[in-house]
Design a protein around this ligand. Structure first.
Ligand SMILES: NC(=O)c1ccc[n+]([C@@H]2O[C@H](COP(=O)([O-])OP(=O)(O)OC[C@H]3O[C@@H](n4cnc5c(N)ncnc54)[C@H](OP(=O)(O)O)[C@@H]3O)[C@@H](O)[C@H]2O)c1
Length: 286
């Protein structure tokens, strides 16, 4: 079993890399953006020139939701053209493509968890490019798993948990929005799910939702982090209008995981349990 991981130095790529020791029968090839640029067809096809892969896990993405409006071409290139290039290379070489997408494909105007076949209607450019990336994958290669996830955090890269840990050490009080609701997802749990798909050798190709169980606002998430860290910082709940961001965020982006759980027979940890585990172990903190 041989697996190619693109975008390997990002949060999810680094998490997979940290887990690879637990899967000695898998031969892993991790490629960072400088080693495999998904926007360049030659760079993508070169990865398969002297190699064959059973799976390609695409962790490469333009993930800065606020930056996407300012750099639309770059965001489109990475999230849409990059996804298409990988899907075409996977099709040519018969590698299963596991492509990661986002809750931001939904507008957040409903208040019940989104199912995979609910209408995607992104409200920002980042979400729009991620949705078009999904469509490119679907168009170019049947053997794909598209996994939509949300509010990813880990000890790697930049994420909300790490920002809160930093603020907890430097601020006495902060304000955090409570009117955006979703599910924090520990990158380790998402990586475990991806490896479940691989280990099951599943052919149930299609689109799936994966986030941790439970529902939280950013305020709840921040409070939980500080409580677990015994930080004395005061957290004020505010509405989004008092924390304007360049890109609008969905107000409600909880993902329904019934299809995922039924198809793969997995249990998904609750976000509070995974957060507790991450903060007690801080295994990947760097
Ligand atoms: N982070 C979240 O909260 C969140 C939420 C929902 C869904 N997701 C999705 O989950 C996936 C993984 O996210 P993440 O948090 O791990 O992202 P990340 O930490 O931002 O990592 C993305 C990686 O993509 C690489 N990359 C950028 N341009 C590239 C290119 N042209 N060719 C190859 N690689 C390129 C980056 O490399 P450089 O560092 O060298 O630029 C980086 O290592 C993404 O698909 C994202 O859309 C994330």
């Amino acid at each position: 079993m041989k697996i190619l991981v693109t975008g390997a130095s990002g949060q999810l790529g680094s998490t997979l890399n940290a887990l690879k020791g637990q899967f000695p029968t898998i031969e892993w090839v991790f490629k960072s953006s400088s080693q495999l640029n998904v926007t360049q067809p030659q760079s993508v096809t070169a990865a398969w020139e002297n190699d064959s892969f059973d799976y390609c896990i695409n962790c490469a993405a333009y993930t800065n939701a606020d930056g996407a409006d300012a750099e639309p071409e770059k965001a489109y290139d990475i999230n849409v053209t990059g996804a298409k290039n990988l899907a075409m290379a996977c099709a040519k070489n018969n590698s299963v493509l596991i492509h990661i997408s986002t809750d931001f494909v939904f507008d957040g105007f409903i208040n019940t968890p989104y199912k995979e076949n609910d209408i995607a209607r992104p409200i920002g450019f980042y979400g729009d490019t991620k949705f078009k990336g999904e469509q490119a994958v679907i168009k170019h290669w049947d053997k794909h798993f598209i996994i939509r996830t949300s509010w990813l955090y880990s000890g790697y890269g930049n994420n909300f948990m790490k920002t809160m840990l930093r603020l907890g050490q430097t601020k006495e009080e902060i304000s955090v929005v409570y009117d955006q609701v979703g599910s924090p997802t520990h990158a380790h749990d998402l990586a475990d799910f991806i490896l479940q798909i691989v280990q099951q050798n599943s052919e149930a190709y299609g689109t799936y939702h994966y986030s941790n169980e439970g529902i939280s606002s950013w305020y709840d998430f921040a409070k939980a982090i500080f409580e677990l860290e015994s930080a004395s910082i005061i957290v004020h709940p505010i509405t989004s209008e008092f924390y304007p961001t360049p890109a609008e965020r969905p107000k409600y982006s909880v993902l329904d995981k019934s299809k995922t759980k039924n198809t793969f027979g997995i249990d998904i940890p609750h976000w509070t349990d995974s957060l507790k585990k991450e903060l007690s172990e801080k295994t990947f903190a760097n």
